[in-house]
Design a protein around this ligand. Structure first.
Ligand code: PHE
Length: 341
């Protein structure tokens, strides 16, 4: 019996447990009614009378040892749980959430709006889902004129082909002229859509800022002066502009405007294909047909219009080589413009 007691003493002293269930199993194994320690007490009856005192003492010691050990294991686990919950520091202040940054397209668009508002332009907006009249017909695109193919259109309804995504913000010109009489001096920032394969140099949607000024005696010289002011505010006081003849159905005469290349200062480099110039916008005098289509007397009023891509201007300012960066919303890219705020 002594051997049994000593063996159990050793066994119990070495016990370990990793969970409350394990502790409970150990308690059952040693201390329950049929447990190893308890059953030794049953054997106590067979112990000869002269040894009973000594054995009783040993058995009690064993029972106390087992009870203490089980309680110690329980306490240990309890302390660990407490320590774990103590890791949550309820007094700590909230981790500050990282702030987003303004999108480069918004930054540049706002800068453009700022510059033109200094010249007295106000903002006008129109729908992105448009009809043929506002995007094409009112702007002097004849029904079967090939100029309609200049801008690959997403049609929402093909038959009749009358619901479509606007391909340019010139549709807002019509919307404003239909409602208001001159003087009109507006810029129309907005998103436009063209059915083009997405690549580094083209996207199926992008942003434009359109300008329209109609009043008595508005001339091409006024257009040129407004655009020169814009170019110098946007790209620096040394910037030069040049106008090349071009064609748009809704302006006559029409032109495309280049600015002197900001990278080489006009000397010629890879970026400007050694011409010293980069194209930034289309413009012209509003065609009298457009004025008439919108209910404005073309004998009394003249006007100019221009339209430019915001992505294009942003590229020239910040040298973003891949247009797709603008719509991927990668925060690492967007944070590059934080300093421009
Ligand atoms: N709407 C033309 C385009 O998207 C730009 C433009 C606007 C040209 C106004 C002339 C006048 O290409």
């Amino acid at each position: 019996m002594i051997t049994k007691i000593n063996a159990l003493k050793e066994e119990i002293s070495a016990l370990v447990a990793t969970s409350a269930e394990e502790v409970e199993q150990l308690r059952i194994k040693y201390l329950s009614k049929k447990g190893l320690v308890t059953s030794l007490f049953n054997d106590f009856r067979t112990v000869p009378a002269e040894q009973k005192r000594e054995m009783g003492q040993l058995l009690n010691e064993l029972k106390n040892l087992a009870t203490d050990k089980i309680n110690a294991l329980k306490d240990e686990l309890g302390n660990q749980a407490e320590a774990a919950s103590a890791d949550i520091d309820l007094t700590r202040t909230e981790t500050p959430l990282p702030l987003g940054s303004r999108h480069p397209i918004s930054l540049v668009k706002n800068e453009m709006i700022d510059i033109f508002s200094r010249m007295g332009f106000t903002i006008a907006e129109g729908p992105e889902i448009e009809d043929d009249w506002h995007v094409f017909s009112s702007l002097n695109f004849a029904a079967d004129h090939p100029a309609r193919d200049m801008q690959d259109t997403f049609f929402i309804m093909r038959d009749p082909a009358d619901v479509l995504l606007r391909t340019h913000t010139s549709s807002v010109q019509t919307r404003v002229m239909e409602k208001a009489q001159p003087p009109i001096r507006i810029i129309c920032p907005g998103r436009v859509y063209r059915n083009e394969a997405i690549s580094a140099r083209a996207h199926c949607f992008f942003h434009q800022v359109e300008g329209l000024y109609i009043d008595k005696n508005v001339s091409f010289a006024d257009l040129k002066q407004a655009l020169l002011y814009f170019a110098r505010q946007m790209f620096g006081p040394e910037t030069k502009i040049r106008l090349r003849p071009s064609y748009f159905p809704f302006t006559e005469p029409s032109a495309e405007m280049d600015i002197s290349c900001g990278l080489c200062g006009g000397k010629g480099c890879g970026f400007c294909k050694n011409t010293g110039w980069v194209e930034i916008l289309g413009c012209g005098m509003v065609d009298p047909n457009v004025l008439e289509a919108c209910g404005i007397d073309s004998k009394e009023y003249t006007g100019y219009a221009f339209g430019m891509g915001v992505e294009r201007i942003t590229n020239l300012k910040y040298s973003v080589k891949d247009l797709r960066m603008f719509s991927e919303n990668d925060v690492r890219f967007l944070h590059l413009f934080d300093a421009a705020h």
